[in-house]
Design a protein around this ligand. Structure first.
Ligand SMILES: [Ca+2]
Ligand SMILES: [Ca+2]
Length: 923
């Protein structure tokens, strides 16, 4: 006997999943940078507010409270640079780092990091002095050499630009051409770098073990009142160029003079964050070309230098110096009383046509404390004693430079700059490689309570990472002569590969232009390379333990500036094999058509939000949909990640900027559901999850095979089929009552139904699942007889939770478990083997005429006789093809629908052509 098999068809689609799209709470601060980085803990969300220089702890019960607000804030340190946290079974800590945006002669690593308990109290401070003294890297203590200085000066501007990144949240999108076209001159190069950095408003963190970083800009962003402590600390250095534009200087030489000024500024800014410049040109008139107030934006400032037009005519050097004292070094024009002040006079000859007396000007009271340089250029200076005398009078002792022509100005660039930096206060000696390190730009706490601190500024912005375990500190980097401006340390994380083995991982988003991720494995290291120039590969990292066994399985690397048509961004995946990360062909990407998205600007492991025993991931795309932003949720499985949900501000009816700038998750606790926090510009949102329930319907049908002797039954028969439905909860035990609605479609997919319940073939039902009752009442199905006794009867059940409109669901069905189940009732087959094998032969067929005469023969009849000698044949058909000159008239003994002009198809002995049966037909 043939028995049908029960089987299930799986159909499901995901439109949203278990994160409520309406936030349970949001926190707002009058600081556009609030939300740039976040750490969610089981107890609340930690959010730095750079404008306030504070770290806030925001809980669902209370508003945001400043952590450790009575702590004396170290002077000169800019607000929180990075926050990282460790979630372990026992305890969770948060690391708060501030980094110094101007160099300090006393604090080599430019940072201040503190370990904080979830309650907000400070556990301890990681001591930078300890880092210095205990550093076991010889290079750290290495003496600074001339070559080092040369390196420092070269390509200095990008270093300055890094100070800008992350603050310019509102900057226009960079032009792709600027990122991709080779620079043709210094200004373009500088703009390129500037663009690049303006892009870096990325805020990153990776989850259970979190890390975040943010950067700050020197000038700027902060209100002047929040600058106070810094101002008290150091009023900076003001450098005024007094530039001779008189008629004796050729156009080309004046250009060389401008280039010289440009280069001095460009290079000094590399190491002096507090240096402001002014330029006064003199000829027939005295003109301020650049005021101290014009130093807000490095790019614009330098452009102004390029645009200076020569005045010509007289050489009023004394009046020009007077102008500096009375119009430049005054508070109204941005001068600070306590600042160090420097005047640099650049001239080619003797004073001519000036009413003022040089000596008088130099003796003015305002000149007190001002350091003076003079640079005499050209034959005029060398051959005229008066010129030399004037220039020497202007300069302080040892600060007169003398060059033979304007082209030779470059020769003194290095010594002038060295001299300026010396005055400005930088201690050039041991440890200088780390003086601008900004260790703490990124940070990461590991399970064994050792820490990683990214130090992007180390070694001329080649960058590196400090690994601190107890009292020992190691410095990890590419090499001390690695490519400059790689920004290694921009992001840090770690991967646990064995109980005693950890890989230290750090992103260098500008390494080799494409960006790279360094994996430090004991004394060895290797680099994962980005695949596109300017993609900022490695700026965001997330080490993912997908199966929750405490060992890392994947490394997710953000390339938020990855470009197809705009700046779509993407996330590359690497799988850990032994102790190496190997590329996985799959990449995570945002929705198509989102040309500017910066998908991957934030990546976080957010814990197991759907309770399937695999950790899940959130990816931010903060520029999506005209910068309103969104986040994408991916659920973890044994085989990897699967997209499940996207949340955008429009889903909860709010207008936001850069939603998805940062994201973080916290696991469920006894009192709280699992939640995620998402940062946007100035606002942080907390979204709760809806606990996921996995229900497998268990369906029993009796009988599930219709016996041979009941198949041909009449409609009036009392033959019933019983349909039992139970809803089994397979992830844990149900503690609540859960209304379910379900629909049963009888004999699905067939027009002529073989089953009914009171004349209906679609049944709508509801049922309340309780901890004790999981089975719905049995349903009696009436069998209507066998029009087709071969094809199984399909019964399709769909179910969903019965949630009233506008009511928050208490549970949600697992998006990856089917909610549609198809069962079948089959027909018993009268076959010798399970696979029916009929044997139908044609016998005794006759044709009435053997020849047809066109015009005379009126009709032709054919007698077919078929016999089935083996297993029953179901829905047997015979197709007869005849010449088109014949037309088919009638059939006896079978029904034969016309197929086309010269074919008919006869249904023989439907539904079952039984064994031994004959079928005869006359046509
Ligand atoms: Ca794992
Ligand atoms: Ca999961």
């Amino acid at each position: 006997m043939y028995r049908g098999l029960l089987f299930m068809i799986v159909i499901w689609s995901v439109t949203g999943f278990n994160i409520q799209v309406t936030s349970v709470k949001h926190f707002k601060k009058d600081d556009p940078l609030f939300g740039q980085t976040i750490i969610e803990s089981t107890d609340g969300v930690f959010v730095p507010s750079p404008k306030n220089g504070a770290l806030f702890r925001c809980t669902l019960k209370d508003e945001c409270v400043e952590v450790n607000s009575d702590d004396e804030k170290p002077k000169g340190l800019r607000p929180v640079a990075s926050v990282s946290s460790l979630t372990s079974e026992e305890e969770q800590h948060v690391m708060m780092c501030k980094v110094r945006v101007k160099k300090s002669v006393t604090e080599d690593l430019n940072r201040d990091c503190k370990l904080i308990k979830l309650s907000g109290s400070v556990i301890g401070k990681t001591n930078s002095v300890a880092l210095v003294n205990n550093n076991n890297n010889n290079h750290y203590q290495g003496a600074r050499t001339g070559q080092d200085q040369h390196r420092m000066r070269r390509d200095a501007q990008p270093a300055r630009d890094t100070k800008d990144k992350d603050y310019d949240v509102n900057v226009p999108l960079p032009s792709r051409s600027a990122l991709l076209s080779p620079a043709t001159n210094q200004m373009e190069n500088e703009e390129l770098n500037s663009n690049n950095n303006n892009n870096n408003n990325n805020h990153y963190r990776c989850g259970r073990i979190d890390e975040v970083k943010r950067r700050m800009r020197r000038d700027a962003q902060l209100d002047s009142d929040t600058d106070e402590d810094e101002d008290d600390d150091d009023a900076g250095t003001e450098i005024a160029f007094v530039l001779d534009g008189s008629g004796s200087i050729t156009c080309d030489d004046f250009q060389r003079a401008k280039d010289f000024v440009y280069n001095v500024m460009f290079n000094v800014w590399n190491t002096c964050f507090d240096c402001n410049f002014a330029i006064v040109q003199y000829g027939s008139m005295i003109r301020t070309e650049l005021s101290l107030l014009d130093n807000e934006n490095g790019t614009k400032t330098l452009r102004k230098v390029k645009e200076i037009q020569q005045i010509y005519n007289l050489t009023k050097t004394a009046s020009a110096i007077h102008h500096v004292l009375t119009d430049i070094f005054i508070p109204e024009n941005g001068s600070k009383i306590d600042s160090k002040k420097i005047i640099i006079v650049l001239s080619d000859g003797v004073i001519l046509g000036d009413d003022m007396n040089l000596t008088d000007v130099l003796n003015m009271p305002q000149m007190k404390g001002v350091t003076r340089y003079s640079i005499g250029v050209g034959d005029g200076i060398l051959t005229k004693p008066k010129a030399i005398q004037e220039m020497m009078e202007i300069a302080d002792r040892g600060k007169f430079f003398n060059v033979s022509n304007y082209a030779a100005l470059a020769d003194i660039l290095s010594s002038l700059q060295q001299s300026l930096i010396g005055i400005e206060g930088t201690q050039q000696g041991a440890g200088f490689q780390f003086q601008l390190a900004e260790a703490g730009f990124s940070s990461h706490i590991m399970q064994d309570n050792s820490y990683l601190f990214g130090a992007v500024g180390a070694y001329d912005w080649s960058g590196g990472v400090f690994l601190q375990s107890g009292d020992t500190v190691k410095f990890l980097n590419d090499s001390n002569n690695g490519p400059k401006f790689s920004y290694l340390g921009y992001s840090v994380t770690s991967a646990k590969v064995k109980p005693s083995k950890t890989l230290y991982i750090s992103g260098a988003p500008r390494y080799n232009l494409t960006g790279g991720v360094f994996i430090f494995n004991g004394s060895e290291k290797y680099v994962l390379q980005g695949d596109q120039v300017g993609s900022y590969f490695g700026s965001v990292l997330c080490a993912l333990d997908i199966d929750k066994d405490e060992y890392t399985d994947y490394l997710l690397v953000g390339a938020p500036h990855f470009h197809l048509n705009g700046e779509e961004g993407k996330v590359l995946m690497y799988k850990l094999n032994q102790d190496r990360f190997e590329s996985v062909s799959r990449e995570l990407k945002g929705d198509e058509g989102q040309t500017f998205a910066r998908f991957g600007a934030a990546i976080a492991s957010i814990g197991d939000i759907d309770g399937n025993k695999f950790n899940d991931v959130a990816v931010g795309a903060p520029l999506e949909t005209d910068s309103s932003g969104s986040i994408y949720i991916y659920n973890g499985f044994q085989h990897g990640l699967t997209f499940s949900q996207k949340i955008s501000p429009s889903d909860f009816g709010m207008k936001l900027v850069h939603f998805g700038l940062s994201v973080s998750g916290a696991p469920a606790t006894a009192s709280n559901k699992a939640s995620i926090a998402v940062g946007s510009q100035g606002v942080v949102f907390v979204f709760e999850t809806i606990p996921v329930i996995v229900i497998n319907p268990d369906i029993n049908i009796t009988p599930e095979v219709i016996p041979l002797n009941q198949q041909m039954i009449k409609i009036s028969s009392k033959f019933d089929i019983m349909y039992y439905t139970c809803f089994k909860v397979i992830n844990g035990k149900l503690q609540i009552q859960l209304p379910i609605k379900y629909q049963i479609a009888l004999d699905s997919g067939v027009n002529k139904k073989r089953l009914t319940v009171d004349g209906r073939d679609v049944l709508e039902k509801t049922f309340t699942l309780t901890p004790d009752v999981e089975c719905a009442p049995v349903i009696k199905l009436k069998y209507l007889g066998c029009f087709d006794c071969f094809s199984p009867i399909k019964i399709k059940l769909n179910f969903s939770l019965d949630i009233r409109p506008n009511e928050d669901p208490i549970r949600i069905l697992d998006a990856f478990t089917p909610t549609e189940v198809v069962n079948e009732i089959s027909f018993e087959k009268d076959c010798k083997v399970t696979d029916c094998k009929p044997n139908i032969t044609l016998s005794d067929s006759k044709i009435s005429k053997t020849s047809i005469i066109i015009g005379e023969t009126q009709s032709l009849s054919i007698n077919f006789s078929l016999i089935n000698t083996e297993d029953p044949s179901y829905m047997t058909t015979l197709t007869l093809t005849f010449p088109s000159i014949l037309s088919h008239k009638k059939i006896e003994g079978a029904t034969c629908p016309v197929k086309n002009d010269n074919q008919i198809e006869c249904n023989l002995q439907h539904p079952v052509f039984k064994r031994g049966a004959r079928s005869e037909s006359w046509l």
